[in-house]
Design a protein around this ligand. Structure first.
Ligand code: FAD
Ligand code: NAP
Length: 338
């Protein structure tokens, strides 16, 4: 069992935050997980899993044991029916490579989720979503090690308690170490093209999962900063849900408010709220700021520390609250060190 001490994480988080792990171990074999959890527990150390580091704000010093997820492999399981293929994907696989692999295999279900950074094992944590599709639309099961009960567990889709950018894994933070997920992918193409930039595809006679994937990639590359060039963690805030009366009040005052119905409530576009507060392209003295092409993305060009990011977060939250009376919730997870 190789456990390293004092490992640099600054190149392992896409916000580029300077951070170090007290202890670190690479997971290349799932059988090692119980013994590593036991090792940490016997020393009263917290255990955390690191995937691609694209949805995290880290404190400078992360106490405890960080497990670098490196389980690889894609396995085809028995088909549940004539048009569906069931696949088991190991947690350390790259998400976007999986999307590309599925599309090249002629399978549909993941094409709208192209170019989301990070690993397969992290996808259930916030039920990743984009362009009208969420992971929960194709996920059948999750396998994980429960660090509290020290046993292997399997969850069905319903047991994952998926919601908008949410799941039981997010609520019970750091309890489960996800090792694989099972997905049902379809040989029948059922395009989801409701989002503005994809609507133009509806009239194409060459419509295919591959065309949707390529279109999503092109849109994302034109709007979002590549973390390799400008450190960021994607959308920094969730789109807030408000009641119908609140929405109506806001709409009266701000007629161009961008909002979408969700059941009886309304989802407000957080990027629009931030933009309307004049914060798009503006920055903290550390350089942390709201990206000039998409205000919802916080960028960290100077690789400032987590404290600067949280200061700017609070500034954005309080400005939006003062202007619209709406509270923005941070989307990336906080590793606060303890
Ligand atoms: P990490 O950042 O490494 O981890 C995030 C959290 O998950 C941490 O709490 C970690 O402990 C936990 N975790 C990671 N792996 C495991 C595991 N195997 N078992 C248990 N816990 C684990 N998100 C979207 O939903 N939609 C988008 O369209 C989207 N676009 C993005 C665009 C950009 C440019 C960036 C930088 C981010 C974007 N994100 C998006 C956010 C992010 O990519 C996703 O949330 C992604 O799933 C995070 O994966 P990761 O491997 O980097 O997770
Ligand atoms: P956009 O197309 O400019 O739209 C702004 C917001 O409006 C989005 O957040 C989206 O909500 C919502 N929206 C747009 N059309 C909608 C529709 N037809 N029905 C319901 N809601 C609609 O957004 P963007 O920033 O370029 O992102 C495009 C997609 O990629 C979005 O789905 C977004 O969530 C996803 N994305 C996520 C991250 C992340 O880190 N989480 C980063 C980049 C992009 P939703 O966000 O709820 O979809």
């Amino acid at each position: 069992m190789t456990v390293q001490r004092d490992v640099d994480l600054s190149r392992r988080n896409t916000l580029g935050v300077p951070a170090r792990a007290e202890y670190w171990a690479d997971i290349t074999d799932r059988a090692r997980i119980p013994e590593l959890v036991d090792w940490a527990r016997s020393r009263s150390l917290a255990v955390r899993v690191l995937g691609g580091g694209s949805n995290l704000v880290m404190a400078p010093r992360i106490h405890g044991l960080v497990l670098g997820m490196n389980l690889r492999g894609r396995e085809r399981l028995e088909n549940p029916n004539a048009v569906t293929e069931r696949w088991r994907i190991q947690a350390g696989e790259n998400w976007h490579e999986l999307v590309r692999f599925s599309v090249e295999a002629g399978l549909s279900g993941l094409e709208n989720l192209a170019l989301i950074p990070g690993q397969v094992g992290a996808a259930p944590i916030q039920n990743i979503g984009a362009y009208g599709v969420e992971l929960c639309d194709t996920l059948i099961a999750v396998e994980a090690f429960d660090t509290e009960e020290q046993q292997w567990v399997q969850f069905t889709n319903a047991q994952c308690r998926f919601a908008y950018r949410d799941s039981r894994f997010k609520r019970e933070a750091n309890r489960y170490i996800i090792t694989s997920i099972d997905l049902d992918l379809s040989r029948e193409f059922k395009p989801v093209l409701d989002y503005g930039p994809l609507q133009a595809l509806k009239d194409r006679n060459d419509l295919s999962p591959s065309l949707v994937m390529d279109t999503v990639i092109a849109i994302r590359q034109s709007k979002l900063p590549d973390p390799a060039d400008i450190p960021n963690a994607g959308s920094f805030f969730k789109n807030p849900l408000v009641s119908d009366p609140t929405y109506r009040q806001l709409k009266q005052r701000w007629p161009d408010l961008v909002a979408y119905p969700v059941g009886a409530d309304w989802k407000l576009a957080a990027g629009w709220l931030i933009d309307r507060c004049g914060l798009k392209g503006r920055a903290h003295r550390s350089g942390v700021g709201c990206y000039e092409k998409q205000a919802l993305v916080l960028v960290n060009p100077n690789r400032a520390d987590g404290t600067s990011i949280l200061e700017w977060q609070r500034h954005v939250q309080s400005t939006v609250k003062q202007t619209f009376g709406v509270r923005l919730e941070r989307e990336p997870r906080l590793w606060n060190g303890g």
